[in-house]
Design a protein around this ligand. Structure first.
Ligand SMILES: Cc1cc2nc3c(=O)[nH]c(=O)nc-3n(C[C@H](O)[C@H](O)[C@H](O)COP(=O)(O)OP(=O)(O)OC[C@H]3O[C@@H](n4cnc5c(N)ncnc54)[C@H](O)[C@@H]3O)c2cc1C
Length: 201
């Protein structure tokens, strides 16, 4: 389930060009543009943690957790983009001439080629956000997601240290809760007649 407080989906992304930055993406590989993991990690570490960046450190000066996250982006971003494309959620086109924001620093071993944009965005790249929100929402709905706009999440329902649901208000101002919230004694006590919108797993 996706709850959005505004009457339409997308937030700021709706206005954005929605370039997305995918290292070593499929069109780069097809075009023979090299984007090796080592160079990507150095570029991201230097820009993410400029005061801690250490080119001689095994983790480039960042924590092991952060370093693992950078590696995960390198490994997973392109498969994710391909999956979203294959499912029609985010059909893309490559923007081979778009360069990285910090393409001038020596750590940027692949200054061009990492940018993808929605297939139907204008040549100027405007409109990419609206197309992306529209196609992702359609694919999610097709695949069973329950999307509700004008639903403001008010608080998380917790069970010990776990968040097990949310409480939201719908357009009529009525409070509603996700499935596990129904089992929350505090929610039952606060509003004994809450409508239950849907179950979450
Ligand atoms: C003109 C422009 C162009 C841009 N171009 C790009 C680009 O090409 N590539 C790029 O990567 N970035 C781009 N950006 C930046 C990018 O669009 C934003 O950084 C991004 O969309 C922010 O998303 P967000 O989810 O953090 O926040 P938000 O856009 O603020 O989204 C938060 C959403 O949550 C909803 N919400 C808030 N509180 C609740 C609640 N209690 N219950 C339910 N819903 C709630 C809000 O209504 C909103 O829809 C651009 C931005 C602009 C303005």
């Amino acid at each position: 389930m996706l709850l959005e407080k505004a009457p339409e989906l997308g937030g700021t992304a709706r206005k954005a060009a929605f370039w997305y930055w995918v290292p070593n993406n499929e069109p780069m590989r097809a075009a023979g543009i090299a984007d090796l993991e080592d160079g990507f990690l150095r570029y991201v570490a230097r820009l993410s943690r400029p005061t801690r960046y250490d080119p001689d450190s095994p983790t480039l000066g960042v924590s092991e957790h952060e370093y693992a996250m950078y590696k995960a982006i390198y490994e997973s971003a392109s498969p994710a983009a391909e999956l979203l494309n294959a499912r029609g959620a985010l059909p893309y086109r490559h923007v081979p001439d778009a360069c990285d924001y910090w393409s001038e620093i020596p750590e940027d071993a692949a200054p061009r080629g990492r940018v993808l944009i929605h297939r139907d965005a204008a040549e100027s790249m405007s409109g990419g956000g609206l197309h992306s929100i529209t196609s992702m929402a359609a694919a999610a709905t097709r695949d069973g997601a329950d999307i509700r706009v004008s639903h403001r999440v008010q608080r998380a329902v917790v069970d010990g240290r776990r968040v097990v649901g949310v409480e939201a208000t719908n357009p009529d101002g009525a409070r509603c809760g996700s499935g596990p919230a129904r089992r929350s004694s505090s929610l039952r006590a606060d509003s004994p007649t809450i409508p239950i919108c849907a179950a979450t797993s």
